[in-house]
Design a binder for this molecule. Structure first.
Ligand code: NAI
Ligand code: MG
Length: 325
């Protein structure tokens, strides 16, 4: 029986994650749940934002449902963002960010471990020159491309490799070549490539025109994927309905809504739970319950946020029960 570790985190994570668990439980699947702690309030108590016990619980489970944690505005000694630690610990190389709305229906597959976020920055000339190194490896490019191809096969079988190889000849050049080489093995895929800047423009135009036929799955490097996925989230309805997943090499997956802990509305019961519920649907996909995942997605998309977390959750559960198979 699949075991899910549930980490509420801080702020609205404590409201929207229980809502997502309620939806999962309403499906009556053989799933078991255990909760674990992480976040800033955990840090304040035990001086560790991601305690060892939490890691052990995550390690022993089949999937992790993660809310959001609050990061202190100023550097606090010893504090590390739990989601970044989880990404590193489980080698969560694949960041999946689907977005649907305004005609668009895209899945951004973002390389999650290297690129511009390799943390290789240095200061020269007494602080007047700063340098960041962008690391792109064949291995990481190939594995993210393979993941993207697999997802594209399950969708509309269209893959676009997004890069800036005309300027970043070496780094984007390697990423582009390896990704296209992997994609060439998938005979059923329609494979295309695009530059990051023009892709951003095309996505915006497509959303304005309500025509999502151009893109299905987009695979790209870390920073480009970070920006592009926020762009499509904005174009398709915003943070309230933006889910994501971080998939690891060894099968571990951390599923989290894109939004943060939203301290401005936390504790009021008004957070939109739909992003967390759509995130739970991605978790169901990963565990092999894709029919149930589709039911959750359909019910969530048909439900407007009423302004009350429990009422919206209730309405979604009601819709799901009407489609019970
Ligand atoms: P945020 O996503 O928490 O909030 C941005 C704005 O969107 C706020 O006005 C908020 O009220 C609204 N919002 C977000 N989710 C919503 C929802 N489900 N329903 C209704 N309104 C929603 O981003 P922000 O304000 O930049 O960060 C707040 C805290 O969250 C920071 O400490 C930040 O470090 C953390 N954060 C954590 C993330 C994670 O754990 N993965 C990701 C992003 C931010
Ligand atoms: Mg981001």
């Amino acid at each position: 029986m699949p075991l899910i570790t549930v980490i509420h985190g801080d702020g609205i994570g404590m409201e929207v994650i229980p809502a997502a668990v309620e939806v999962l439980q309403a499906l009556h699947l053989p799933l078991t749940f255990q909760t674990a702690e992480a976040g800033f309030s955990t840090f304040e108590r035990v001086k560790n934002a991601l305690p060892r016990e939490t890691l052990a619980l995550c390690e022993a489970s089949d999937a992790i449902l993660f809310g959001a944690t609050q990061s202190p505005m100023i550097k606090v000694g010893g504090y590390q963002s739990p989601i970044l630690s989880l990404r590193r610990y489980f080698d969560l190389f694949c960041n999946l960010r689907p977005a649907q709305g305004n005609g668009l229906d895209v899945l951004i597959v973002r390389e999650n471990t290297e690129g511009m976020y390799s943390r290789r920055e240095r200061v020269e000339h007494g602080g007047n020159t700063t340098i960041a190194e962008r690391v792109i490896t064949a291995k990481a490019s190939e594995r993210i491309a393979r993941a993207a191809c697999e997802w594209a096969m399950k969708r509309r079988q269209k893959l676009t490799v997004v890069h800036k190889a005309n300027v970043l000849n070496e780094t984007c050049g390697l990423f582009r070549d390896r990704a296209l080489a992997i994609a060439a093995d998938y005979f059923d895929l329609t494979v295309d490539e695009g530059l990051i800047d023009s892709t951003a423009m095309h996505l915006a135009q497509d959303a304005l025109n309500g025509d999502g036929s151009r893109y299905d799955v987009i695979v790209t490097t870390n920073l480009f994927g970070d920006i592009l996925s926020d762009l499509v989230a904005g174009l398709t309805g915003g943070l309230g309905i933006a889910p994501s997943a971080n998939i690891g090499a060894n099968g571990h997956g951390v599923f989290e809504p894109v939004h943060g802990s939203a301290p401005d509305i936390a504790g009021q019961g008004i957070a939109d739970p739909r992003a967390a519920i759509l995130t739970a649907a991605m978790l169901l996909d990963e565990l092999g319950y894709s029919a149930q995942a589709d039911r959750v997605r359909a019910a969530t998309r048909e439900t407007a946020h009423t302004g009350s977390t429990p009422k919206t959750t209730e309405a979604i559960i009601e819709r799901i029960s009407q489609t019970a198979s």
